[in-house]
Design a protein around this ligand. Structure first.
Ligand SMILES: Cc1cc2nc3c(=O)[nH]c(=O)nc-3n(C[C@H](O)[C@H](O)[C@H](O)COP(=O)(O)OP(=O)(O)OC[C@H]3O[C@@H](n4cnc5c(N)ncnc54)[C@H](O)[C@@H]3O)c2cc1C
Length: 376
């Protein structure tokens, strides 16, 4: 069987790897390269965590992916996962998301730990916990080096005999073209094209996906070293959060705000920082971290979430062209689960197993309630 995978971000590169492992003749195509700077999988780091409220499916997909990432890093000889833990901080004691996570994870090998504010303040004394009412610690969570992890998966794919090329894929009336001239005729074509997928299939995705602009800032601080703090997320009742990472490699403290209000065209919109958003991040930094008043903006990154309207992934056949499979709607939390997505796709294409019902397009036929993974 010959399969083409379009897109070498976390979802595409792992789909290609998993199909290849099942003996499929796979070609992988990307416009700008695996984990490139423009893609959702680009940049330095992503969180891998098991906290997912009551959405058990994502905890399970993450558990599966954890093992696959570790096995890949073992094989390529470069450890790109770093266990830092995640601190989940609540400014009120109302987060159903965290309450559900506590319950769900308590039944697993790696439970979520509830710790008191006093205990946290003693342990992580560079963080100012003023205004925080509840804290959970997720020890088995950490950093995946994002672009490098995609590149390593690609190297493995090529080493194992997969075919990879750069090029732009387009779709016209059910026909798929490479660079506008080569007609792609694989039995199955998988589109793992992230935020660009809606422009390839506007009829299917226009009303059920949206691309949001996300700004990420890195700060260096001349006065203090934050390297020993965990990743943190401050989740309010509306599901909005500031979150961030300890300094890593040459980069300082990383901070982002998880609002999804601003739409973005990933191809044409400028990627300059927004002064007001940077000021808001700096204000937060100075409030939440001790001695952060000398922090200097070191770098920034403007990227995008490929959101589905309900915050859940989309994995399904094109409603009209059954040989095409669409993987999209990773909604700001899909990087870590690339290996599991790839595995589900390969099981479906090769062994005929169903992809998860929760991720089918049909769910949008019964009305659309706009939400994210953090909101009800
Ligand atoms: C700021 C930020 C923070 C995030 N934090 C986390 C996190 O902590 N944990 C987590 O798990 N996830 C996180 N995510 C989400 C995660 O990064 C994405 O869900 C994931 O990387 C999406 O992968 P993808 O393979 O679907 O898409 P992408 O990585 O965008 O890959 C799509 C690929 O398709 C290629 N392509 C597009 N169109 C074409 C075409 N016509 N022809 C050929 N190639 C094409 C592109 O070049 C690109 O390489 C975050 C995302 C952002 C932006």
């Amino acid at each position: 069987m010959k399969v083409t995978v379009v897109g070498a971000g976390s979802w595409g590169v792992w789909s290609a790897l998993e199909l290849l492992a099942k003996g499929v003749d796979v070609q992988l195509i990307d416009l700008r390269g695996a984990g490139n700077d423009w893609s959702g999988s680009g940049g330095l780091s992503r969180i891998i965590r098991r906290v997912y409220g009551a959405d058990k499916i994502y905890t399970e997909l993450t558990d599966f992916s954890f093992e696959k990432w570790e096995s890949l890093f073992h094989q390529t000889g470069d450890q790109l996962y770093h266990q830092t833990g995640v601190l989940w901080m609540q400014p009120s004691d109302e987060s159903k998301y965290l309450k559900d996570s506590l319950e769900l994870l308590s039944k697993t090998e790696y439970p979520l730990e509830e710790i008191s504010v006093d205990e946290a303040a003693e342990k992580w004394n560079k963080i100012n916990f003023t205004g925080i009412h509840k804290i959970y610690h997720e020890p088995r969570a950490g950093i995946l080096e994002a672009n490098k992890s995609c590149q390593h998966a690609l190297y493995k794919f090529i080493e194992d005999g997969g075919s990879y090329k750069l090029g732009q894929v387009s779709v016209k009336k059910g026909q798929v073209w490479l660079d506008g001239k080569e007609h792609l005729q694989s039995e199955v074509i998988i589109f793992a094209t992230g935020s660009w997928t809606r422009s390839l299939f506007p009829d299917v995705l226009d009303h059920i996906t949206a691309v949001s602009r996300q700004e990420v800032y890195f700060y260096q601080n001349t006065g203090i070293d934050y390297a020993d703090i965990p990743i943190w997320s401050e989740l309010d009742v509306n599901g909005l959060s500031f979150y961030g990472f300890p300094p890593y490699g040459e980069m300082g403290l990383k901070i982002a705000y998880d609002s999804r209000d601003l739409e973005m065209d990933p191809e044409t919109d400028p990627r300059e920082l927004t002064i007001e958003i940077e000021h808001r991040s700096r204000e937060y930094l100075e409030h939440r971290f001790r001695s952060a008043d000398h922090a200097i903006l070191q770098d920034y990154r403007v990227c995008h979430y490929d959101n589905s309207m309900d915050g859940h992934f989309i994995m399904d056949h094109h409603p009209e062209y059954q040989n095409m499979i669409i993987l999209t709607g990773s909604s700001g939390h899909g990087f870590k689960m690339g290996p599991a997505i790839g595995h589900l796709v390969a099981d479906h294409v090769v062994d005929g197993k169903d992809m998860p019902g929760d991720f089918r397009l049909a769910r949008f036929e019964h009305g659309i309630k706009k939400k994210t993974q953090f909101t009800e």
